[in-house]
Ligand binder design. Structure first.
Ligand code: ZN
Length: 327
C-alpha cells in the first residue's frame, strides 16, 4: 500500500507477546507452535522498526498478555516483565492493556503499581474506579479508550471479594464443569464461558457509556482497545468476552465509535459490523508467530480513514470511518 498524503498521526499495534525464557511448545489446541523465547526478539524488531519510522508513531497499543503464565511456574514473573519492559521503554510511549496472562503472573494491586499501569499517560488520574480503564486524546477529535475485559472474572480478583463471588456465580450459571478452564460446550458461542475469559461489569459499562456520550457530543472518532474480542465474526467463539452482546450494543449506540481492537485470539480476525460500520480488529499473537515472520502493525490515521500497515502475519487494511459519523 502506498501513502501519498501525510497522516494526522500514527500509532503502533502489537498483542500477545507472551514472553518466557522457556523452550517452544504447542498451543492449547495443538494447532500452532508457541515461540516463547523468540517472541522477545519479535518485540525488539517491532520497537526497532517504530523507532526508525520517518514520522515516529505517537504511541503504541499493546493489547495484553505481554508475558506468559509459565513465568509464574518458574518464579520468573518479575524478571520476565523487566526484560520486556526494557524493550518497550526504547520506543514511543506504550499503552498497556491487561490480559489473562497478566493476572496469572500478578495481582491487580501489583499491576496497578507496576509500569504496566499506563493510566499516567491519560491525564485522568483522578478518575477513580475499581476496573482498569482510561481514555486519552492524542490529537483533536480523536480518542482512544482502554477497557478492562477481566473486570468481571475469576482471575485477577481476590476470592473474598464481592466481584469474585459475583463473577464465579455468573460463570457457573453458564459452565457446570468442575474445571472452569474447560469450556461448557464443544462448539458454538457457549465456548466463551471459561475461566480464561472474562467480561465487563455494569459499573464499567456505565462508565464507558458516559465517555462515549461525551465523545459523541464532541464529534470525536473513538477507537476502543481491550484484550478480549467482542464481535463473534472477528474471532473464534472461545476467545469472546462473556457478556460481549452488552458491549456490542453499547458500541452500536454511540456514533463516535469507529474501531474496536483486541488480542487474545492468536489467529487474529477482522469484521466490519454490518449495521454500524464499526471495524473489529483482532491482532495476530506474537508468541505464535514463526521466528522468520512478524506480527505487528502501524496504523496511519487520516480525516476519513485509518490505514493499517501490517508486518508478517498482520495484513494491510484500509478502515473507512462509518457513514453515521456524518449524520
Ligand atoms: Zn489472552
Amino acid at each position: 500500500m502506498e501513502f501519498c498524503e501525510p497522516s494526522l498521526f500514527s500509532f503502533g499495534i502489537i498483542a500477545d507477546v507472551q514472553y518466557a525464557d522457556i523452550d517452544d511448545e504447542s498451543n492449547f489446541k495443538q494447532t500452532r507452535k508457541r515461540y516463547y523465547r523468540n517472541s522477545l526478539k519479535l518485540l525488539q524488531n517491532a520497537i526497532d522498526a517504530w523507532i526508525v519510522e520517518k514520522v515516529k508513531p505517537s504511541f503504541i497499543l499493546q493489547l495484553g498478555d505481554i508475558i506468559d503464565a509459565f513465568n509464574k511456574t518458574h518464579d520468573a514473573s518479575q524478571s520476565a516483565l523487566d526484560t520486556v519492559l526494557r524493550e518497550c521503554e526504547r520506543g514511543p510511549p506504550m499503552h498497556f492493556v491487561w490480559g489473562n496472562h497478566e493476572f496469572y503472573n500478578f495481582s491487580r494491586d501489583t499491576l496497578l503499581s507496576s509500569a504496566l499501569n499506563s493510566k499516567c499517560h491519560s491525564g485522568h488520574l483522578l478518575d477513580n474506579h475499581d476496573f482498569y480503564a482510561y481514555h486519552f486524546s492524542p490529537a483533536p477529535k480523536f480518542r482512544f479508550v482502554l477497557i478492562d475485559s477481566y473486570d468481571m472474572a475469576i482471575i485477577g480478583h481476590d476470592e473474598s471479594s464481592a466481584k469474585y463471588q459475583h463473577s464465579l456465580k455468573y460463570l457457573k450459571n453458564h459452565n457446570s464443569n468442575e474445571d472452569l478452564n474447560c469450556p461448557p460446550a464443544l462448539s458454538g458461542l457457549e465456548l466463551r464461558f471459561a475461566k480464561f475469559n472474562g467480561g465487563f461489569s455494569q459499573d464499567q459499562l456505565r462508565w464507558l457509556d458516559e465517555v462515549l456520550t461525551k465523545a459523541d457530543e464532541m464529534q470525536e472518532k473513538v477507537t476502543i482497545a481491550s484484550h478480549l474480542p467482542v464481535h463473534p465474526l472477528a474471532t473464534e467463539p472461545m476467545s469472546l468476552a462473556w457478556n460481549y452482546p452488552e458491549l456490542l450494543s453499547l458500541l452500536q449506540a454511540h456514533r463516535s465509535v469507529v474501531c474496536y481492537m483486541a488480542g487474545h485470539d492468536h489467529e487474529g480476525g477482522y469484521h466490519r459490523d454490518e449495521t454500524t460500520g464499526i471495524h473489529h480488529l483482532t491482532l495476530e499473537g506474537v508468541v505464535e508467530t514463526p521466528p522468520d515472520s512478524q506480527a505487528y502493525g502501524t496504523v496511519y490515521v487520516y480525516e476519513d480513514r485509518m490505514v493499517v500497515k501490517g508486518n508478517g502475519r498482520m495484513r494491510d487494511r484500509e478502515m473507512m470511518y462509518p457513514d453515521r459519523l456524518a449524520g
